[in-house]
Design a protein around this ligand. Structure first.
Ligand SMILES: Cc1ncc(COP(=O)(O)O)c(C=O)c1O
Length: 428
């Protein structure tokens, strides 16, 4: 039972303290137990806790929208808008419906399919699962999920084409073009992808040139680019949005997790001006809504987190923090069962392999990621495990995504716990 949080640490009801090396699920950016966030939420709640968006705007939501847009890529400036949700899956649902209605507004009613990538994760609701590409998570619900098309991920360590970057000439990006050309491009509405794939691939980043090629293909086929930055947005990878690493200017960005650092359930859909204008010149009403969207107390938490990030210059700490973590992890790299340590900023993944040369995964039944998690727990370090890294079924990784305030000695504790876990799991 978690009872207290303080910086990068969580205290359980038995008094044991755990180092939160994963920010829970890459959520907590400013650290646990920051009292002023709760105070800001109480203050807003004392003024007005809830006003329905069919009747009112609220000051915290308006303010947070402007602040999030101001740190977004150029494509969101001068007329972008934000749609606040209560989390990432709702943000994905919103983007799917927004893309569809956009094409109705511009009188292209044949367009509705949202293409995505294999081994992606966009959330757990049915709409979000239809674009997610994780076969294991989709399997039980397969009869209920439409198939709009999934193309190859950009995943060099297990390249789906068996190629090597840059000689591959971005075959993974061209897979989208090939798919569209072969599968009725005129019914496609958008392409959604994670610039750095977190939960399902263990921090696999796009390579240079990938996002530009994707944007070019989407433009050629007249479809929208949706960047799912639920995990990577709000500073997690060392830029305010990961899209900025490659100068990508999406039409829609989803964010969540770090936007309120876990102090309130909050997600956001950033919408580029050309989409806003299409709605304004069309029906002027988005046929969608959640009772708790743009919640005043949740967005007050978002503003307080933003204040904290700015006051303590925490966005600037992510890149050096990531380097510090990588330095601490470097000594593990030679271990025969560590396949790769990868990631950007404070979103790092450690993949475990049976055979390092062949990059061959352990069988699913071995449950390696979970065993590593449990062993690290003996050292009071919390990791975020994932399975299915290679093909949705086989493959094991753990995700590291500590709060941006992580210190060098805490990075050493994480590396020490991983070393202990490797010894415990593989020498047993
Ligand atoms: C990239 C991405 N999209 C969407 C989601 C879904 O967000 P939520 O769990 O807040 O619904 C997640 C959650 O891990 C995610 O990592």
């Amino acid at each position: 039972m978690a009872v207290r949080g303080d910086r990068c640490w969580i205290t359980a009801s038995d008094g044991r303290r755990y180092l939160d090396a994963s920010g829970q699920a890459a959520v907590v950016s400013i650290g646990h137990g920051v009292a002023e966030i709760g105070r800001a939420m109480a203050e807003q709640s004392g003024k007005i806790a809830f006003a329905h968006t069919t009747q009112f705007h609220s000051e915290p939501a308006e303010k947070l929208a402007a602040r999030v847009l101001a740190i977004a890529p150029r494509s969101f400036q001068d007329g972008g808008r934000v749609y606040f949700t209560s989390g990432g899956s709702e943000a994905t649902e919103t983007a799917i419906k927004l893309a569809r209605q956009y094409f109705l507004e511009i009188k292209q009613p044949a367009r509705y399919r949202i293409l995505s990538r294999k081994q992606s994760y966009h959330g757990s609701t049915l709409g979000a699962m239809s674009v997610s590409g994780n076969v294991g998570r989709r399997a039980p619900y397969a009869p209920m999920i439409p198939e709009w098309g999934h193309v190859a991920p950009c995943f060099c360590y297990h390249c789906p084409f068996g190629k090597t970057f840059p000689e591959c000439n971005l075959a993974c990006a061209d897979d989208l073009d090939a798919f569209l050309c072969a599968n009725d491009a005129s019914s496609a509405a958008a392409f959604i992808f994670e610039p750095v794939v977190g939960a399902t691939l263990g921090a696999a980043s796009a390579v240079d040139g990938y996002t530009a090629r994707i944007a070019e293909i989407c433009r050629k086929h007249g479809i929208l680019v949706i960047a799912d930055e639920v995990m990577t947005g709000m500073g997690r990878t060392g830029k305010t949005f990961a899209s900025a690493h490659w100068g990508l200017e999406p039409d829609i960005i989803l964010t969540g997790k770090g936007i309120a650092s876990g102090y309130a359930p909050l997600g956001a859909v950033l919408v580029a001006p050309r989409i806003v204008e299409a709605f304004e010149e069309g029906t002027a009403a988005f046929m969608h809504g959640f009772t708790y969207q743009a919640h005043p107390v949740a967005t007050a938490a978002g503003n307080a987190v933003f204040d904290y990030l700015e006051a303590h210059k925490l966005f600037e700490r992510v890149a050096p923090g990531g380097e510090m973590l990588r330095k601490a992890l470097a000594k593990l790299e030679s271990h025969p069962h560590i396949g790769q340590i990868r990631g950007l900023g404070l979103l790092q993944g450690v993949e475990f392999v049976k055979d390092k040369v062949l990059r061959e995964p352990f069988p699913k039944e071995a449950g390696i990621a979970e065993k590593i998690r449990l062993a690290a727990l003996e050292k009071n370090v919390l990791l975020y495990p994932g399975q299915g890294t290679v093909d949705g079924i086989r493959g094991d990784h753990v995700l590291l995504a500590p709060p941006f305030i992580i210190r060098a000695e805490e990075c050493e504790l994480i590396a020490g716990a991983l070393q202990y876990a490797l010894d415990r799991v593989f020498s047993a």
